[in-house]
Design a protein around this ligand. Sequence first.
Ligand code: ADP
Ligand code: MG
Length: 274
Amino acid sequence: MLEISHLSVSYGQKPILKDVSLSALAGEVLAIIGPNGAGKSTLIKAASGVLPVESGKVTVAAQNISGLPSSQRARMIAVVPQARSLPFAFTVYQAVLLGRTPYIDWLGHPKPHDHHQVIQALELPHTIELSDRRIGELSGGEQQRVLLARAIAQETPVLLLDEPTTHLDLKHQSSFLNLIRKLAVMQKLAVMMVVHDLNLGSLYADRVALIHNGKVYAMGTPAEVLNEANLLNVYQVPVHIMKHPDYNAPLILPDGLEPHLVPYNHQSGLNKST
Ligand code: ADP
Ligand code: MG
């Protein structure tokens, strides 16, 4: 569904993405992981067509998106960006209605179907009860869910998200990511999602791409990618990998605590070095 092939992107003279090839099938969640500055947000921006590509291409359902007018692109790819970008003075309802922009005629009049889609989109991430609130008075986590509602209202086959769970507490992380999986599986969306938390990537993604210095360092199932060697090489910090007790997914434990800095109450049993 979403196919990124041999994509290179530079900011000025500085190459950021170098020959990146990735794909996300309909019904699949692809997690993008990698250290700060690896190029993950750049990848989301280039894949959504808002950033010009130097070479390579991005296609959705075999159609190259780079030549398309933005309204047509917006019917194919919806984005939940990293920066909170909703207009502060808008109500939640108005902000989610923005997701219908690519379908609304030049007079700007939404049809009953547009309102119907907005209501449905508001319901999925539990934002319907926020409908009349102003964006400016919402918490970061609430705004994040509104951004998802707007993306759902866009009715696209491809959904891109950049660290969508950063502002969410544990409960909302879990319901947000379950909803992402539900959208992928039930509505056959192709989802590409940057996740900061490796364990969330491990648990909720079908495949994981590890980005390092603007290149795809490793790509595969969570078990194939999330191993101690890959993570040590890329993040430069030792980790300990276990199997998740409930799922067939790797569980990543940080293992970089310096022995002389071990907290007092850990010193008895847990400190391996004593
Ligand atoms: P990530 O999301 O993986 O943390 P980014 O894609 O945001 O990384 O950034 C990749 C690199 O590109 C970083 O070195 C960052 O400083 C640089 N960069 C990001 N945005 C710009 C910009 N608008 N102009 C110049 N350099 C940028
Ligand atoms: Mg980023």
